[in-house]
Design a protein around this ligand. Structure first.
Ligand SMILES: [Zn+2]
Length: 112
């Protein structure tokens, strides 16, 4: 393993698992950079690969809300339902306030 690759590995956080709509997703905390340097990227997902990435450099409460956010994207994509960011942000913030972020995080960690 070369040094560069080793550094990249060290920057990545733990991997977790979550079943979303009958598909096993890998959830990984890692350093994420937005293509627009004036913005922060909290999370992203790769639908075809069943992957969700969470920015490991943000506060824990935001990581948990971001997990809900990316899970909701996956739920909508899995059903082929069109959706937009304000809808996802409203739902993820509302569910986070109800403690769903903590619940999902613990569930994902158990399966890692
Ligand atoms: Zn989004």
């Amino acid at each position: 393993m070369d040094k560069k690759k080793n550094k990249e590995t060290l920057r990545e956080g733990r991997k977790m698992k979550l079943n979303i709509g009958g598909h096993e997703y890998t959830i990984q905390e890692r350093t994420l950079k937005a293509s627009d340097s004036t913005k922060e990227l909290y999370g992203s997902h790769l639908v075809k690969d069943n992957m969700i990435f969470i920015n490991k450099d943000i506060a824990q409460s935001r990581r948990r809300e971001t997990l809900i956010h990316e899970v909701l994207h996956a739920v909508f994509y899995n059903r082929g339902i069109e959706h937009d960011e304000p809808l996802i942000e409203t739902l993820s913030n509302g569910l986070h306030q109800l403690g769903i972020g903590d619940y999902l995080w613990k569930k994902a960690r158990k399966k890692s």
